[in-house]
Design a protein around this ligand. Sequence first.
Ligand code: F6P
Length: 214
Amino acid sequence: LPPLFFTRHGQSEYNIEDRLGGNPVLTPAGEDDARVIGKFFEREVSTNAQLFGARDEAWEMNEGFEVWCSQLIRTQQTAQPTADVLTKGMTRRWRSLNEIHAGVCEDMTNQEVMGQFPSLHNFRKLNKVAFRYPSGESYLDLMIRLKPVLLELEATRKCVVVVAHQAVLRTLLSYFGGPPVEEAVTAECPHRTVWCCTFDHSGCPRLATIALPS
Ligand code: F6P
């Protein structure tokens, strides 16, 4: 099986304000994140994938790649430089890859949530995986929503680069060899980082984290 790659969108306008959800664009720094990620894949392809071994045929054929993102602008902007390198600019945009929906808290800052809904904030801390935002989603909901993506990633023979969001990535990485989801939900999910999942002979996933230069 060819490797799978995962990365978060670059810094968005909402990230600098610590604001949840919405559909913000990238900041100039975020556009730079996107370029750095694209360069990483360009280097990987041109050096014949030294990091992960040239034995994967997918590396040799451009049609062996796919770049997936969500239907939100920040992942599309981030995916573009990588898609330009790997798939002649083509991306597949999944609604299922959209960020967790924060319901009544969408577009609010974490500070505002704490001020307006103090008990919601405490409740969420008690069980972050199961907590569902009023009119929104929980991490458990997210797992169900991501099931078609997981099934296709497991079945594909292509080398897929998935550009997604913090909560979505925590859930996906947990499935592909990362920490258990109870742990993952409180871990920071940095920008400018590529996670590479390779599979051993029995199909067991192994996850490597590659922090890209700033
Ligand atoms: O803050 C960025 C973000 O992607 C939000 O859109 C989302 O609600 C949040 O991260 C998910 O992280 P957490 O579950 O830790 O709030």
